[in-house]
Design a protein around this ligand. Structure first.
Ligand SMILES: Nc1ncnc2c1ncn2[C@@H]1O[C@H](COP(=O)(O)OP(=O)(O)OP(=O)(O)O)[C@@H](O)[C@H]1O
Ligand SMILES: [Mg+2]
Length: 250
């Protein structure tokens, strides 16, 4: 199996504090990995570090994408290689309209603007990105932008958080389309795109067939297991005792 993402002993700082303290993680081609963990454990920091945002600084370790060391690459270099991210709290982008960004990303004749209604985003194309968008609108906008980018590796930071039940269905279906590239489902063998997905509730797992789940605590991956098993363990025991760690060893 081809390794898409390989993270080795990754340490990273944010605000001059060490947040990631030796993360090891490998995700293969077509694999969907889920990341659980308590608030403040470093999950978003890990995704920002993989994407290369300047808010985090790698102090040790390396990130390989399809065998290439991307640890020192800029965000746009990583995006061009095929990594895309749906952020937990994306910034407002003043002066840039959503429609213009979509056209710049996938080309004027790509049909991406015609896709906007499928994301209920047709009324937002002339608006500055995220400015005044509601929580759910931001999620749909982020997903439409990812669809324009068509990444090979997708980082999703709580895609369903703050989204109403009807729109969770929309988000879940669109994430699924992105992962399966419109070619149905049935495990990683049929999936073209790899992903690392953060979720607290696990609702998104009803739409995507996740292969493996990980629990992050204190800036490290503490254990891994089957997504449904880990979620059940966390719901029953919380993160305090981490019953999963006792039963499912790395
Ligand atoms: N720029 C910064 N300056 C100081 N601390 C930071 C900075 N960025 C992140 N942190 C801290 O790093 C820790 C991890 O944050 P992170 O956003 O990765 O958590 P998380 O696991 O995604 O949590 P949540 O589930 O609440 O989204 C938090 O304690 C956060 O306050
Ligand atoms: Mg987070």
């Amino acid at each position: 199996m081809t390794e898409m993402l390989k993270i080795v002993n990754l340490h990273a700082e944010a605000g001059e504090r060490e947040i990631l303290r030796g993360v090891d993680l490998t995700i293969n081609e077509g694999e969907t990995a889920v990341l659980f963990g308590p608030n403040g454990s470093g999950k978003s920091t890990l995704l920002s570090t993989i994407m290369g945002y300047s808010t985090t600084k790698v102090t040790e370790g390396e990130i390989l994408f399809k065998g290439e060391d991307i640890t020192e690459m800029t965000v746009d270099q990583r995006a061009k290689l095929g990594i895309g991210m749906m952020m937990q709290r994306p910034p407002n982008i003043y002066g840039v309209r959503l429609g213009d960004l979509l056209n710049a990303t996938s080309g004027k004749n790509s049909g991406i603007i015609d896709d906007a209604p499928k994301f209920k985003m047709e009324r937002f194309l002339d608006r500055e990105i995220n400015v005044g968008f509601s929580g759910g609108e931001i999620k749909r906008s982020e997903l439409l932008q990812l669809t324009a980018q068509k990444p090979e590796f997708i980082l999703l930071d709580e895609p369903e958080s703050g989204v109403d039940l009807e729109n969770i269905d929309l988000i879940g279906s669109k994430v699924r389309e992105l992962l399966y590239d419109g070619h149905g489902c049935g495990g990683s063998a049929q999936r073209h795109v790899s992903s690392l997905v953060i979720t607290h509730t696990g609702q998104i797992l009803d739409y995507i067939g996740a292969d493996r789940a990980y629990v992050m605590k204190n800036g490290r991956i503490q254990c891994s297991g089957r997504p449904a098993d880990l979620l059940k363990d966390i719901k029953e025991h919380g993160y305090g005792e981490c019953a999963a760690c006792q039963t499912i060893k790395l």
